[in-house]
Design a protein. Structure first.
Length: 334
């Protein structure tokens, strides 16, 4: 039996990297696996990066991230959709898995190293992030994890953590594997500074709910292939983030035309970006309209999350009872 799990952090407005890299896949796998597809807003993860955490914004961002997933088409009646902190067992299992995880393995994680080097003092929670992520997945005995390529190393560690637990306590957890949206492995930030990421701030992201004017203002000045110094220089669309974005938003004919135009200097970068805006508008306007409708009915979003948490608990509680027993805790008579 396949069981899917994935989480998304409420660290800011969801962007097109989250959408194409993960959220679209949530919808697709939800249609396939129904109640065996579990998705959660991982609010316990959000405060691990002090650079992106503001307590007064966390609840609102959690709500907004839930709303965004519904706006892109996730059906909370079809899948199990909930907030991580509503299920206490995530933290408990994380602690138990922490006991067996070597610190050296955690210190080798690239995301940890990247984030820690920007901080004056590193919270232990940032180091433990991948253990909590492993707990999120294993608590539901999930074997399939739709993510962007940036999570590959964390999923490999989750496999290792599952293997170690099974070796010590007997077969308990499946070894989860990542599944990727092949055409959206790692969407670049619009500032040209590596992966699009919420915690890098608005200069990196094109938000799902961002106004088209604001998107155009960022796109207009976005870097393109540096070899195209003059309008008459040919370029390589494979080395250009606008070329990458066309593959996500534009139809096949447009992609053919702008790629060919770039290589032959038949189209300028501004015109290429204007043609991209057509696809962006076609994709984002319906999502933004659905988002506005949901924002007018906040109780519906909250009800969906409560309903999802009740269903998630039904899976999590017996798994946690099994784990407590295997680890040797004296069971409670509750
Ligand atoms: N640029 C991206 N391209 C493809 N997939 C991406 N994902 C994130 N960015 C890209 C995937 O989206 C899911 C949710 O990830 P997240 O909540 O960690 O998103 P984020 O934007 O990366 O958020 P943060 O807060 O800024 O996190 P950090 O600082 O860790 O990057 C995941 O499946 C992710 O792979």
């Amino acid at each position: 039996m396949t069981r899917v799990f994935s989480g998304i952090q409420p660290t800011g407005e969801p962007h097109i990297g989250n959408y194409f890299g993960a959220m679209q896949n949530y919808v697709k796998l939800g249609e396939q696996y129904g109640k065996n597809a579990l998705y959660c807003i991982v609010d316990l993860h959000a405060p691990t990066n002090p650079a992106a955490y503001q307590p007064e914004l966390l609840a609102e961002r959690t709500f907004e991230m839930a709303l965004a997933n519904l706006a892109v088409g996730l059906d909370p009646q079809q899948v199990v959709f909930f907030v991580q902190s509503h299920i206490r067992e995530h933290s408990e299992l994380s602690w138990i898995l922490t006991l067996q995880t070597p610190v050296g393995e955690l210190e080798r994680m690239t995301q940890y190293k990247d984030k820690a080097q920007k901080l004056e003092s590193t919270p232990a929670g940032l180091l433990m992030y991948p253990v909590l992520m492993a707990a999120d997945i294993l608590l539901y005995k999930a074997d399939t994890v739709p993510v962007g390529e940036d999570q590959t190393q964390h999923i490999e560690l989750a496999r290792e953590i599952a293997r170690r637990f099974n070796h010590t306590y007997g077969p308990t957890f499946p070894e989860p594997k990542a599944v990727y949206a092949q055409d959206a492995l790692r969407i670049p930030g619009v500032d040209g500074q590596g992966k699009m990421s919420k915690s890098k701030g608005e200069s990196s992201t094109l938000g799902l709910f961002e106004s088209l004017d604001s998107i155009w203002n960022k796109l207009r000045v976005a870097p393109t292939d540096p070899a195209r110094v003059r309008r008459t220089d040919p370029g390589d669309p494979e080395k250009c983030l606008v070329g990458d974005y066309h593959k996500l938003f534009s139809d096949d004919q447009t992609i053919l035309e702008v790629y060919d135009g770039c290589r032959t200097a038949g189209i300028g970068c501004i015109d290429c970006k204007k043609r991209l805006m057509v696809g962006i508008e076609r994709t984002l306007v319906p999502i933004q309209q659905r988002g506005a409708e949901l924002r007018a009915q906040p109780d519906d979003v909250r009800d969906a999350l409560e309903h999802g948490a009740a269903q998630a608990r039904q899976i999590a509680e017996p798994v946690m009872d099994e784990v407590r027993g295997k680890v040797g805790f004296l069971g409670s008579r509750r």
